[in-house]
Design a protein around this ligand. Sequence first.
Ligand code: GLN
Length: 296
Amino acid sequence: MTISPPAAQSESESKVSALLSRLEEQFTEAGVDSPELDAQLILAVVLGCDRAHLHAHPEKAVPHEAIERVEALAQRRTAREPMAYILGEREFWSMPFLVSPDVLIPRPESELLVERAVALSGYGGESRILDLCAGSGAVGLAVASELPQAQVTLLDLCPKALGAAKRNAEKFGLVSRTRLVVSDLFDALAVGEEFDLIASNPPYVASRELDGLMPEVSSFEPRLALDGGADGMDLIRRIIEKAPACLARGGYLLIEMDPRQMDEAEAVSEEQGSYHSARRHKDLAGRERVLELERA
Ligand code: GLN
């Protein structure tokens, strides 16, 4: 595949429609999932307009400097860098979260954690909520945005990830009800500290499966946020074993996992002995994705 430098472009190639077709072709060749959409998103962000505007003005000429910026972003997408890192943003729970390569890109299935956390907490309650392995803060901040009285602790092992969470807390005006804690799971929490609900999307991919994931994930997203050890359950096990120590009676633990891990996770919770019920919740694809454990 050859990409003609901007200087060699003819008049027609600098029109919106021609530029979009060229990018789409480039992305298709690179194996990108949604070449047309991604081409539009890149051109729209560079021109500072929305996609509808591109549709309405296909014949508009794109200025030379804009083409250079588009080409630079398009190169990154061709190398399979995720759109969320290129744009610096990803929508989750209808909130535009800032994302950087230090954090996992929020995924639609994690909205199930938010949905359950909100349902279990009740709107007016002064719930103390812990987002464990918070990354960008998407789960905890979405919950905070739904529950005006809740106090949310965003905890992560990675200080840079919490930097992203902090910027998001500021962006959504949630700083006063948000606390950031750098910690290896529960280690840095005060002895005796209690939460009413813990929600977690921990790393849960089996180490040997990491390299087989799509390049957007395996080459660009942080390993720390994905690698769950030999069977992907290292963190899930530790969380189920340790959570009861800082979970109020009748409180809930919500953990996202791979559907194949559900049986084992439930067995660990039974062995742990401090939970009195377990429920499984399915994601939009109909796969069991969140395990809900109630503290006895
Ligand atoms: N669902 C993610 C994926 O398959 C994994 C998320 C995680 O490990 N927390 O890419």
